[in-house]
Design a protein around this ligand. Sequence first.
Ligand SMILES: NC(=O)c1ccc[n+]([C@@H]2O[C@H](COP(=O)([O-])OP(=O)(O)OC[C@H]3O[C@@H](n4cnc5c(N)ncnc54)[C@H](OP(=O)(O)O)[C@@H]3O)[C@@H](O)[C@H]2O)c1
Length: 516
Amino acid sequence: MPETAELLNPLREGIRLRRTPDPCAMVIFGASGDLTERKLMPALFYLLRERMLPPGFSVMGCARTHRTDDEFRQMMGEAVRKFLRLNSESEAFVEGFEKGLYYLADDFSNPKAYEQLRTTLDRLDQEKGTAGNRLFYLATPPSFFPVIVKNLGAAGLAKPKEPGKTWTRIVLEKPFGRSLDSARDLNQVVTGVFEEDQVYRIDHYLGKETVQNLLVFRFANGIFEPFWNRRYIDHVQITVAEELGVENRGAYYEEAGLLRDMIQNHVLQLLSLVAMEPTATFQATAVRDEKAKVMRALRPIRPEAVQDFVVRGQYAEGYVGGKKVPAYRTEPKVLPTSCTETYAAFKFFIDNWRWADVPFYLRSGKRLAKRVSEISIQFRRVPHLLFRGAGAEGIEPNILSIRIQPNEGISLKFCAKLPGTTMQIRPVKMEFLYGESFGAAPPTAYETLLLDCMLGDATLFNRADAVDLSWEFVDPILDRWKQDGTKGLATYPAGSWGPKEADDFIERDGREWRRL
Ligand SMILES: NC(=O)c1ccc[n+]([C@@H]2O[C@H](COP(=O)([O-])OP(=O)(O)OC[C@H]3O[C@@H](n4cnc5c(N)ncnc54)[C@H](OP(=O)(O)O)[C@@H]3O)[C@@H](O)[C@H]2O)c1
């Protein structure tokens, strides 16, 4: 059956089959940071336990504070135990995991540290069989990205050790820039040292199982695609709501705000997956091309029209889970006069044939009533009310909702007849829940994405042009808000669903936010 065999060729079709990466070493800059402890180490541990890492896999942690290899191993072992609830079977893997860890203490700005790094990596190639393949992961505050990239280049670590035989890749954490100009500057530094195909700009949202399932749902099922367009869809709502406030990251949030922290990356990524055209294959270039086309078709929001398309808010004191919580302005390291937005609601349009005139409403915020991320596709009403006078008030438009977290799943709301002798209509739900249907817990986003980098699969990572386009979209809004200061900044009680202005905003269009 040569045809079938050819169709299933993963290289040709870009199908993500289970594969083990080439032997390699990973270097984590910022190895004692929060991200490394909470996300990277637990993800690597799971991959090791599931035997998905290559033999001899080694991690070189780099940070400023002095500690020995053994101290670093102990620290990471503790992090794995703290952030994963290990049973005795998994506990047995911790020692093996720790043995693959090494540590280098120095300042990122010291070029000599990179010489030492190269020597150690060469030694690991010999001793552990890491074969000259290198994955550099920049888990540091973004201000260090340029200096690390330049130093890697100067030390000859950016080029593959043996071109054609070995690979070298670099992963950059978000945020990638804080404006269009700074993102372009950073891209220039990065692509001045690395080739674009060596660069993996991570957005962990894309590693979430349900986000990937969005593509499967749309393109592996024949029944949805025909009505995935302006003829049948009234509007789309995307909600990314968090219960948490800024916790101990007040200083970071003051600089970032919700637009940079959530919208420019995660939410626009979700949007591009909902709106993109089908691709011919599931290969990185094809998927990234289509996503970039969506970004290109986003209708820009001009600075003078910002208030017509965006509502911004900041949380005041309130109650979350029955507990009183402080206002944003009284959080640690936040200015008492801060104008930083912790909530935003948007309306925007995608100017292409598929989506012309279909509004996309999007809201995201901190200290909202519930932690929930959902995409809902709201279909047009039936053209004729056949059941007028017979419970027609029960007829609501169909809604397809894709729940990203928690309780990952998909549900479809449709109308049904209430049992009884009269014709009464009520909306009901048909539901698919990931957990119930598949039993096994899905991998975390970082497990998926780390493995993808080692395998050289960039499908779920951001390309430079998409990053640029997303900043092009949000920059005028940020500029306008900067000019306006507190003018137009609404407030909402912590634990609510956001400012009243956001309800008025969608109600003016004769629509309402979904109750989640
Ligand atoms: N934390 C999260 O949940 C999260 C989520 C998504 C994305 N991110 C992104 O991930 C990145 C890292 O965030 P993080 O919260 O993990 O940062 P962090 O906790 O502040 O960690 C910073 C790390 O960099 C090291 N470091 C700082 N200055 C240094 C210098 N001059 N020389 C050498 N090492 C230095 C620190 O080492 P010492 O401790 O030895 O100083 C520490 O290991 C950021 O880009 C962030 O935006 C984080």
